[in-house]
Design a binder for this molecule. Structure first.
Ligand SMILES: Cc1cc2nc3c(=O)[nH]c(=O)nc-3n(C[C@H](O)[C@H](O)[C@H](O)COP(=O)(O)OP(=O)(O)OC[C@H]3O[C@@H](n4cnc5c(N)ncnc54)[C@H](O)[C@@H]3O)c2cc1C
Length: 212
């Protein structure tokens, strides 16, 4: 891309070959975008699509195997890393990763380390170095339950965690497990006719399958 005259916004750009003549391309980052503001997200989406076309044109200009390259499709939505956090009855913090914290009401054990992508392009456009050595840690059930709104559960990337913790627990394997747990907890609460926070852990843990 750089030889073609266009430096990508994400320095760890990757082409994943899906078929002989079809690749998925990951090459864009949008910086300083407020993910809860529709205008910001729309502007970022337009810029990102523009960059994809410019990068493909840069590759095409190299000729040879690149000469017939063209964009087939771009993502329907831009991937917003973090938006408006919801405070849970427990908040996962960076200390959990540093200490490898364990909890009695654990529903997921996270093994993925801290993975903070660049937030300031003047200081780098890739993935930052982990701020410390991380250890596997637990996500307790309380993290999925809103502290302030009855009957609101969080799952996937939007469980209650700080910036560093989110960079670790947001990945898909954990997201799948946490979605399953939130759904099962909602069902248990509905069957008992109580709020999710009032489902006793000995019942929830037995039905949800504790982590570890
Ligand atoms: C470019 C990129 C690369 C990544 N690489 C990796 C990787 O290599 N490995 C990895 O494990 N993770 C990776 N991640 C992170 C991971 O993909 C996400 O953190 C994860 O998919 C989040 O899953 P989720 O279910 O919590 O949220 P999402 O997948 O965002 O699902 C939320 C869903 O809710 C829908 N929605 C939003 N608002 C509403 C509404 N009001 N009503 C109804 N539906 C709504 C959305 O359309 C969406 O379908 C990557 C992310 C990106 C963007």
């Amino acid at each position: 891309m750089e030889r073609g005259g266009k430096s990508p916004a994400y320095s760890k750009s990757t082409l994943f070959q899906l078929r002989d003549d079809l690749c998925a391309m990951m090459a864009n980052h949008e910086y300083g975008v407020l993910g809860i503001n529709a205008r910001d997200v729309t502007a970022a989406t337009l810029r990102a699509r523009g960059e994809v076309h410019a990068l493909v044109a840069a590759l095409r200009s190299l000729g040879g195997p690149w000469s017939r390259m063209r964009v087939v499709a771009t993502a329907t939505q831009i991937g917003v890393r973090e938006g408006r956090p919801v405070r849970g009855r427990y908040v996962v913090t960076a200390d959990a990763l540093r200490e490898g914290r364990r909890h009695e009401d654990a529903v997921c054990r996270v093994t993925f380390g801290a993975d903070v992508h660049a937030t300031d392009p003047t200081k780098g456009k890739g993935i930052g170095r982990s701020p410390f050595r991380t250890k596997p840690y637990d996500i307790p059930l309380r993290v999925l339950i809103s502290a302030d709104a009855d009957n609101l559960l969080m799952a996937g990337r939007r469980i209650s965690g700080d910036f560093i913790a989110h960079s670790s627990h947001r990945v898909t394997g954990n997201g799948v497990r946490l979605g399953e747990v939130a759904g099962a907890l909602a069902a248990l609460a509905a069957l008992r006719g109580v709020a999710p926070r009032d489902v006793p852990w000995n019942e929830a843990g037995a039905r949800l399958g504790a982590a570890g």
